[in-house]
Design a protein around this ligand. Structure first.
Ligand code: BES
Ligand code: ZN
Length: 637
């Protein structure tokens, strides 16, 4: 639809005046109706200023210099846009970006300077960048640079890497941090393709969530292409002294030179996992599946950037015991990257489905026992979380208006979401539910959908096919009510039942720690043991007994170490404190450090200790982790 100026003069006199008024009325009505219709289709995203129902971005061409000395990305973003309401400006999301100038083009060749305004900045949302568009303009080029403290970037000094010689930078865009390094429509309901050109110091390698077009040459000039439309939170970049090792036909791993061999050994089941997932849910549609092992300040366990999962090095336990994280991020290639939550209140469509898939992959690759243990650990965490959360935060279809979407990232979307799907599976039979899920991924492939859209599809393709079974699943309660339905599945593990017998004997003083048959325990059994003794009011002396027998303070397994350190704070077990400090100083994964600081902050001495550690650790943490820990310790910089 293109907009031509109305020939006003011919309407000026008598009847023509009336005709003009009627024409104007009809014209406005049409515009209002068509915008309303477009809006009705798209869900309201409270976490974006963008107006994609009026102007929609379809493609980005990105071009940056990576300037380590200034800790900035500097360059251009060129946006291809579709004009749905021809008079509307383009509104983009930004946070702390320095916009130098803006140009527009009607042919992608000639660019003319354009005006723009940056609105006031909101703490959560950042600032809207509004660009009025000339008639027929279909491209917008923005010259800009990022801020050194951009929330979606972490710039590491050489000392923060394992090689200690070269700097490193990586992005983390989910949930709404892409806007801190790219001006764009930062809502998951807008999907874009992209190309990128990245210039770096010559010794370093750049990788992105896209196909590399540069071959193996390391020359400081790298090109990428993502031809499949993805939401903005999946755009990702990392630059550092990286090596690559293949793992399988289409799988591989990137890491720093001193980590690459360990990483390749630990992740050697990746190709098997891809094959197992394909057997369940259809072809892997993204070409390659590689994993980038980041330095330890990475604030998450993993991030499902398409073609290139970002992962914390804390999963490299040496015995493959923490590779459920790979199963999880890989599963997102179906649940999340292929079928995407349209807004952050639909986040459970990403994470709940993914945890469900993750467990199915683990079962296929490592057997039923492993799946049982992971599901039981998940239920335990969920119950702990349910005991702590407010009702409004226990709802899958959560209302996040006015809140930071990161606040919705609890065990509810993950574990309650997965349990809901497990309930459907158990009710309708595994083969029916597998068929349903596979058709769901095909039906909504490369789309972003709302909870309502999922529920409509569920009703039509599963529930309505067998109303008697459907009557057993309280769908509305699962999705819209706090807590768990009384009929919710209760995953148990036979291996855990045996661990519990031992923990009871030990807690009751019937056996000493040396009699606990733990020699063959897996990480999951250890975690279950520690969790089942942690709240039993046992004191530092009992901790010491466990420690002397099993050397837990020195555990090199990050999950076990974390659990042990948490218990150590609770029980004032002093011998673990140096290890606690070392842990907090060297790891930035939020899931570990936040509970540890929270636990410390519960007592006055603990809080003092926490603040002393945090003062030194804070400069090494990622901006996203800093925001969380500042809040825990009421820290004002
Ligand atoms: N997509 C998430 C990470 C995420 C969520 C980043 C919300 C920002 C906002 C990723 O898939 C994830 O869930 N990671 C988990 C690990 C997983 C095994 C549960 C994590 O990082 O702990
Ligand atoms: Zn996830």
């Amino acid at each position: 639809m293109s907009y031509e100026a109305v020939p006003v003069r011919s309407y000026i006199k008598g009847d023509s005046m009336k005709r003009f008024a009627i024409f104007l009325f009809c014209f406005c009505l049409l515009i209002t109706l068509s915008t309303a219709m477009a809006n009705a289709q798209a869900a309201q995203d409270y976490h974006s200023y963008a107006n994609p129902s009026a102007v929609r971005v379809h493609h980005l061409d990105l071009d940056w210099d990576v300037l380590f000395d200034q800790k900035i990305l500097k360059g251009t973003a060129t946006l291809n846009i579709e004009r749905i309401s021809p008079t509307e400006p383009l509104i983009l999301d930004t946070r702390d970006l320095k916009i130098e100038r803006v140009e527009t083009s009607t042919d992608g060749v000639a660019y003319a300077p354009a005006t723009f305004t940056v609105g006031t900045s909101d703490k959560i949302l950042g600032a809207p960048l509004t660009i009025p568009l000339p008639a027929k303009a279909n491209r917008v080029r923005i010259h800009y640079s990022t801020a050194p403290a951009a929330s979606g970037l972490q710039w590491l000094e050489p000392a923060q890497t394992s090689g200690k010689k070269e700097p490193f930078v990586f992005t983390q865009s989910e949930a709404i941090h892409a806007r801190s390094w790219i001006p764009l429509q930062d809502t998951p309901q807008v999907r874009v393709t992209y190309t990128a050109r990245v210039r770096t110091p010559r010794r370093l390698l750049a990788v992105m969530s896209a196909e590399s077009l540069s071959g193996a040459a390391r020359n400081g000039d790298y090109r990428f292409r993502m031809n499949q439309p993805i939401p903005s939170y999946l755009i990702a970049l990392a630059v550092g002294d990286l090596r690559f090792k293949p793992l399988g036909r289409r799988t591989g791993v990137y890491a720093e030179p001193s980590v690459i061999d360990l990483a390749a050994r630990e992740l050697s089941d990746t190709e098997k996992m891809v094959l197992a997932t394909e057997r369940l849910y259809g072809p892997y549609r993204w070409g390659r599946y590689d994993i980038l092992v980041l330095p330890p300040s990475f604030p998450y366990g993993g991030m499902e950037n398409p073609r290139l999962t970002f992962a914390t090095p804390t999963i490299l336990a040496g015995d493959k015991s923490l590779v459920s994280l790979v199963a999880h991020e890989l599963a997102h290639s179906w649940s999340g990257n292929l079928v995407t939550n349209a807004t952050w209140r639909d986040f459970w469509l990403n994470e709940g489905f993914t945890v469900y898939l993750e467990r199915r992959i683990l079962e296929a690759v490592y057997g039923h026992g492993r799946e049982e243990m992971e599901a039981a650990l998940g239920l335990r965490d969920l119950n702990d979380e349910l005991a702590a959360l407010e009702d409004r935060d226990e709802v899958l279809h959560i209302d996040l208006k006015g809140r930071d979407p990161d606040e919705g990232s609890t065990d509810i979307p993950y574990e309650k979401g997965a349990l809901f799907l497990r309930h459907l599976e158990e009710t309708f039979s595994r083969s029916n539910f597998d068929r349903f899920l596979r058709s769901y991924f095909d039906h909504f492939a490369f789309q972003s959908i709302t909870t309502e859209q999922f529920l409509a599809y569920l009703k039509q393709n599963l529930l309505d096919k067998n109303p008697a079974l459907a009557a057993r699943v309280p769908v509305d309660e699962w999705v819209n009510k706090p807590g768990l339905p009384s009929t919710a599945p209760k995953p148990t593990s036979s291996a855990f039942a045996r661990v519990e017998e031992q923990s009871k004997l030990w807690l009751d003083g019937q056996i000493t720690a040396s009699k606990i048959p733990a020699a063959k325990w897996t990480t999951q059994e250890w975690l279950h043991f520690l969790k089942s003794v942690q709240d039993s009011g046992h004191a530092a002396a009992r901790m010491a007994e466990l420690d002397q027998t099993f050397n837990l303070t020195r555990s090199g397994n990050s999950e076990i170490a974390f659990q042990w350190l948490l218990m150590s704070i609770r029980n004032a077990y002093q011998p673990a404190y140096p290890r606690l400090e070392e842990f907090l100083m060297s790891i930035g994964r939020r899931k570990f450090i936040k509970p540890l600081y929270e636990e410390l902050a519960k007592s006055p001495e603990g809080k003092e200790r926490a603040i002393a550690i945090y003062r030194r650790a804070r400069p090494t943490y990622h901006p996203i982790a800093v925001t969380s820990i500042d809040d825990v310790l009421k820290w004002t910089p």
